[in-house]
Design a protein around this ligand. Structure first.
Ligand code: AP5
Length: 225
C-alpha cells in the first residue's frame, strides 16, 4: 500500500522536522508547500514574486494557486508510490481538493502534531534556517553555519513577532477546522509534539505503521471493516 501522509499542525509544531524523517524512512518525497514557495522566492520566479509579501505577513497564498502547485507535484513520477505532505492542506477547500486528487491512490494518513502555543512561539523565535538551502538548524545547535551546505544561518522572514502572531491566528481560523474534517477517519492520529524530536518521530512511525496495517478502507480513509 502506498504511504500517503499529511502532516497537520500549527507553525513550529515540527511538521517539517518529522515529515523529513518519515519520508526518508519510507523512501518517498516530502512535499512542503512552504519550501516550494520559498524556493520560488529565492529563484525570483513569478510565483515567488506573488507569494513573497503574503508569506512575510504570515497570511496564506490563495487556495487556487497552491492547489495547482500541489496537483502538478503529485503528478510527478516520484510521488506515485507515496508522499509526505507538509503544510498542505491548510483550508477545507484544499483538503477537499486533496481528496479529489488522491482518492484513487489509497487512504490518506493524517498526523496532527499538537504543541502548546507558548512552546510554538519559543521555537519560532529561536529558529535559524540556512539562507542558502533553507534547511532548519538542528534543535539545540550552536553553530553559525548550515550543517548541510555550510551556508549562513539566519532568521526566517516570517519568524518575526508580528508574523508569528498572524500565522497562529490564521492557523486557528483556517487550518484547525481540518482536525474536525479528518477526525472521523480511522487514518487520523494526534501526536504530542511537545517531546524531544526522536520521541515524536518514534510515535509518528508507530502510528503510521499501525494505520498501514491491513484493514479495509474506502478511498477517504474510513474503515469499512
Ligand atoms: P510553512 O513553511 O508550511 O510554515 P509553517 O506551517 O508556519 O510551519 P513551520 O515551517 O514554521 O513549522 P513546522 O511545523 O514545519 O516546524 P519545524 O519542523 O520547522 O509555510 C510558510 C508560509 O507559506 C505560510 O505562512 C503561507 O504563507 C505559505 N503557505 C505554505 N503552504 C501553504 C498552503 N497550503 N496554503 C496557503 N499558503 C501556504 O520546526 C520549527 C522549529 O522547532 C525548528 O527550529 C525545529 O528545529 C524545532 N523543533 C522541531 N521539533 C522540535 C521538538 N520536538 N522539540 C524542540 N524543537 C523542535
Amino acid at each position: 500500500m502506498p504511504l500517503n501522509v499529511v502532516m497537520l499542525g500549527p507553525p513550529g509544531a515540527g511538521k517539517g522536522t518529522q515529515a523529513e524523517r518519515l519520508a526518508r524512512r519510507h523512501g518517498v518525497p516530502r512535499i512542503s508547500t512552504g519550501d516550494m514557495l520559498r524556493d520560488a522566492v529565492r529563484a525570483g520566479t513569478e510565483l515567488g514574486r506573488r507569494a513573497e509579501a503574503v508569506m512575510t505577513r504570515g497570511e496564506l497564498v490563495s487556495d487556487e494557486l497552491i492547489i495547482e502547485i500541489v496537483r502538478e507535484r503529485l503528478d510527478q513520477e516520484d510521488a506515485r508510490g507515496g508522499f509526505v505532505l507538509d503544510g498542505f492542506p491548510r483550508t477545507v477547500a484544499q483538503a477537499e481538493a486533496l481528496d479529489a486528487l488522491t482518492g484513487a491512490r489509497g487512504p490518506l494518513i493524517v498526523v496532527e502534531i499538537d504543541v502548546p502555543e507558548a512552546e510554538l512561539v519559543r521555537r519560532l523565535q529561536g529558529r535559524r534556517v540556512c539562507s542558502r538551502c533553507g534547511a532548519n538548524a538542528p534543535v539545540g545547535g550552536s553553530s553559525a553555519s548550515c550543517p548541510r551546505c555550510g551556508g549562513p544561518l539566519v532568521r526566517r522572514s516570517d519568524d518575526t513577532e508580528d508574523a508569528i502572531r498572524e500565522r497562529l491566528r490564521v492557523y486557528a481560523r483556517d487550518t484547525k477546522p481540518l482536525v474536525d474534517f479528518y477526525r472521523a477517519r480511522r487514518t487520523f492520529v494526534a501526536i504530542n509534539g511537545a517531546q524531544p524530536p526522536d520521541q515524536v518521530a518514534r510515535e509518528v512511525a508507530d502510528a503510521v505503521a499501525a494505520r498501514l496495517a491491513p484493514a479495509t478502507f474506502d478511498t477517504a480513509g474510513k474503515a469499512t471493516s
